[in-house]
Design a protein around this ligand. Structure first.
Ligand SMILES: [Fe+2]
Ligand SMILES: [Fe+2]
Length: 180
C-alpha cells in the first residue's frame, strides 16, 4: 500500500516556497475551470508528482513546473481576448516562474509547451508531455465537476495554506484524483 503521508509531506516540501509565495497566492482569486487557478495548479502538480514518482523519474523539477504551469493572473493578459489568452498564457506563466522562482530553462520549456496542440510548439521532453497531458485530464474533470454541472468549488477555503494545508492536500489527492 502506498504511504500517502510520506508522499504528502514530500510533495509539500518540494513546493512549499511556491505555495506560500504572495504572488502565487493571488491565483486563489482567479477563476479557472469553475474553481480557482490555485486549486487547479495544485491538482495538476499533485497528479504530476504522483505519476512521475511512480515511474521512477526525477520528480522535483517536473513537480515545480506543473505547479507553475498556469502562473499568471487575468491582469497579466488584460490586452488579450479569450482566444489569444489560450495561446499567450504559457509564455506569461514561464516568465513569471523565472521572475519569482528563478526556474531553469528546462522548467520554462515545460511550462511554455503545456498547451500543445493549441499552441504549435511541441513538448521537448517526456516531462513536458506529461504535464501537458495531466493538465488536460485535470482540466476536463474540473470543467465537468465545477462548471458544466454548476457545482462551484470553494476556491479560497479549499486550499488555505495558513489553515490546514495537510488535510487540504490529502482531500484533493483522495477525492479529486482518486488516489489511495
Ligand atoms: Fe494553461
Ligand atoms: Fe492548466
Amino acid at each position: 500500500m502506498k504511504d500517502v503521508k510520506i508522499e504528502r509531506k514530500e510533495f509539500y516540501n518540494i513546493v512549499s516556497d511556491i505555495l506560500e509565495n504572495e504572488h502565487f497566492q493571488e491565483l486563489k482569486n482567479e477563476r479557472h475551470h469553475g474553481t480557482s487557478r490555485y486549486n487547479h495548479s495544485v491538482r495538476v502538480a499533485i497528479k504530476t508528482y504522483m505519476t512521475a514518482r511512480s515511474r521512477g523519474w526525477s520528480y522535483v523539477e517536473i513537480t515545480r513546473a506543473a505547479l507553475l504551469h498556469d502562473f499568471y493572473t487575468n491582469a497579466d493578459l488584460h490586452h488579450c481576448d479569450a482566444t489569444k489568452a489560450l495561446t499567450k498564457h504559457p509564455k506569461v506563466a514561464a516568465r513569471n516562474a523565472k521572475k519569482y522562482f528563478n526556474v531553469s530553462r528546462r522548467v520554462q520549456d515545460m511550462i511554455k509547451t503545456h498547451m500543445y496542440p493549441v499552441t504549435s510548439e511541441l513538448p521537448k521532453t517526456k516531462e513536458a508531455l506529461l504535464i501537458s497531458l495531466i493538465d488536460k485530464q485535470v482540466g476536463t474533470v474540473e470543467m465537468l465537476k465545477y462548471k458544466l454541472i454548476r457545482r462551484p468549488d470553494v476556491p479560497k477555503d479549499v486550499v488555505d495554506i495558513h489553515g490546514n494545508q495537510k488535510q487540504v492536500l490529502y482531500s484533493i489527492i483522495k477525492n479529486d484524483l482518486q488516489m489511495e
